[in-house]
Design a protein. Structure first.
Lengths: 171, 200
């Protein structure tokens, strides 16, 4: 049976300020395409409310790294009070938007995704435990780190766009 | 060095042998008599609340389906006052045995007609809560050529499960999956949704 290891659990990124959902979504999409992940949009909501637009997106990006291990990331994106505005910067008018953003990141490592070793058979169960805890431990640990790294890099990419890492390297 | 990693290599070889044999066994045992792969199909949801041109959206969806060489069918319209459901179907024969199915559904609640002045012109639009479900899948052997005798059925099993297994899942499923992302993005663009981008 498929085993799922959580590598990143509900890490969140909160931001309030200028950004556009279109660009943010494109950055995420492009990043995963560059990393050769497959895409799945589970849900895409957009409501017009009295205080501005409300967005709720549930996306899943996954990658089968080999015939045994599958990396899966899940993003829940919430945007509240989103309003399109024009901002003047260096004498030029720029169309942008203002809103509250909250992204929840989750990452999983799915092993034996074909489901060829059902837990109902004791031998399969034993074999899988031995294989995953003993023989393939290094390999699983490697992909576990890769999974964490992907989320970390994505967070850096998004925070770079939102300009929230401005004072990171100041001494 | 080799002795140190010996258990690891041994386990890899053993896993490969067991894995391959079980995989083949499962493929043989799986019921694919109908050769219907639609359960692996596409299923996405768009939810939208606001003001939009419903007639335009409906025509846009029909035109998209027709423009991409699908045969269009309006399968069902349910008009139960708090909500309304429109079901459509697009069918496209890819070649002599594979067919794509596109099954969009429009669910609408609290529909109201509103008049809006845009660029000095009065426009009649709709204010509603809407859910667009985009289902899709593909069918093999749509003419039922392999259903005529038990021998042909066995041949079909052999063809789709052994020879064309990866063709079916990679060539058709992956292609159709991303093909329908275009449909989804175009519908979102029509509704002027902010998330109407697709990097794939």
């Amino acid at each position: 049976m498929t085993e799922i290891y959580s590598t990143v659990i509900a890490e969140s990124l909160n931001y309030e300020g200028y950004f556009t959902v279109r660009e943010l979504f494109r950055i995420i999409d492009k990043y995963y395409r560059m990393k050769q992940f497959d895409k799945k949009i589970a849900m895409d909501e957009e409501f017009q409310t009295s205080t501005g637009k409300y967005f709720h997106l549930k996306t899943e990006y996954y990658k089968k790294v080999d015939s045994y291990i599958r990396l899966q990331t899940r993003l829940w994106i919430y945007v509240n009070d989103y309003k399109l505005i024009e901002v003047e910067s260096e004498g030029k008018k720029i169309k942008t938007a203002h809103g509250k953003l909250n992204i929840t990141f989750d990452a999983f490592l799915q092993t034996e995704y074909f489901g060829l070793f059902p837990d109902s058979k004791p031998f399969y169960f034993l074999w899988k435990v031995l294989y995953e805890k003993l023989f393939a431990r290094a390999r699983i640990s490697h992909w576990d780190h890769v999974s964490k790294h992907v989320i970390n890099e994505l967070k850096n990419e998004i925070s770079g766009y939102l300009n929230i890492n401005k004072f990171m390297y100041n001494t | 060095m080799l002795i140190k990693y010996y258990p690891y290599y041994l386990s890899l070889i053993l896993t490969k042998i067991i894995y391959t044999s079980i995989h083949i066994y499962i493929l043989e045992m799986t019921d694919m008599e109908m050769a219907d792969f639609s359960k692996y199909g596409f299923h996405r949801i768009i939810k939208y609340k606001g003001i939009f041109n419903f007639d335009g959206l409906y025509k846009f969806m029909i035109n998209w389906i027709k423009d991409h060489d699908f045969d269009f069918y309006e399968t069902k319209i349910w008009d139960y006052p708090p909500y309304r459901i429109h079901k459509m179907m697009g069918r496209k024969k890819v070649n002599y045995f594979a067919m794509f199915l596109l099954l969009p559904e429009l669910w609408i609640w609290e529909q109201k007609d509103v008049e809006i002045v845009k660029n000095g012109k009065v426009k009649k639009l709709t204010e509603a809560r809407m859910k667009i479900i985009i289902n899709g899948g593909f069918i093999m052997d749509y003419d039922g050529d392999f259903e005529k005798s038990p021998g042909l059925k066995k041949l079909e099993k052999f063809l789709f499960q052994k020879i064309m297994y990866h063709d079916v899942f990679l060539k058709y499923f992956d292609y159709f999956d991303y093909y329908l992302y275009d449909f989804m993005t175009d519908v979102k663009k029509y509704l002027e949704m902010e998330t109407a981008t697709n990097a794939y």
